[in-house]
Ligand binder design. Structure first.
Ligand code: C5P
Length: 246
């Protein structure tokens, strides 16, 4: 990593559950040190709104609010202004919306946080979803670039437009770092500890591999939320990711 020490965050636990009770049960279980960052996505947020974020914040969690905004710049700016007031720590936007949209989103987010007297959340851009493969890229999006070139293009676009980082596969981190600054964040889902079923994730890496590949933070859902003991599962993953690899 060129001698530069990477900023590493505690693992982000994806709280992909359908009910408030299930979410609260996980929040209560995961009140350990260092606290995980909780990723709240569309399902929970559309059901329960800012109230579910407050429940987590009361328990001392930092929040990654993953709503992947994508609309015209004015609409995204206004929506991000609202999200900036929630006191979350990370949120997401689609780089495919273009540089004007990402810039408007970044501006709205920072203005919303400032209006509420809060620090600005980190804005993470979605490059190509991991559900998009080369075939879809070429035959449906009619993009002539390779998948990795398209990811690099979107990462660069997002950084120039004011995003703080991207959500990407750990296997893309090195390619992204070739075209972005050293502080640009790479947050990586698709994590599976050794021996855990891949489920619907296609290209997975272990927490240790994510560390070696240079992820700033890993997003882990089912290996923690569906474990018989989520706390032990989280702590093992946290240790594996944050411990310096030999
Ligand atoms: O359960 P699992 O560990 O597969 O959960 C991963 C989380 O990361 C889910 O919330 C999923 O939506 C999210 N995610 C992903 N791949 C991306 C972007 C987000 O798996 N490219």
């Amino acid at each position: 990593m060129g001698g530069k020490i990477l900023k590493r965050y505690s693992p982000m636990v994806a709280i992909d559950v359908a009910t408030k009770d299930a979410a609260l049960a996980l929040f209560d279980q995961l009140t350990v040190e260092p606290r995980p960052i909780l990723k709240i996505g569309m399902e929970l947020y559309y059901h329960f709104g800012p109230a579910i974020i407050k429940e987590a914040q009361h328990r001392g969690f930092k929040i990654f609010l993953d709503l992947k905004l994508h609309d015209i710049p004015n609409t995204v700016q206004r929506a991000m202004f609202v999200l900036g007031q929630l006191g979350v720590d990370f949120t997401t936007i689609h780089a495919a919306g273009g540089s004007a949209m990402v810039a408007a989103g970044a501006q709205g987010l920072r203005a919303g946080a400032a209006a509420a007297g809060l620090p600005a959340p980190k804005l993470l851009a979605i490059t190509q979803l991991t559900s998009i493969d080369e075939k879809v890229l070429h035959n449906e999006q009619h993009v002539a670039l390779s998948l990795v070139e398209s990811v690099q293009n979107y990462a660069q676009l997002a950084e120039h437009a004011g995003a703080d980082g991207v959500v990407c596969s750990a296997q893309e981190v090195r390619a992204i770092r070739q075209v972005t600054g050293s502080d640009f964040l790479c947050v990586t889902p698709g994590i599976r500890p050794q021996g855990f079923a891949k489920g619907d994730q296609k290209r997975v890496v272990t927490p240790h591999q994510a560390h070696v590949l240079g992820s700033n933070a890993i997003v882990v859902g089912r290996p923690i939320t569906q474990a018989s003991d989520p706390v032990t599962a989280y702590q093992a993953i946290e240790k594996e990711f944050l411990t310096e690899a030999d």
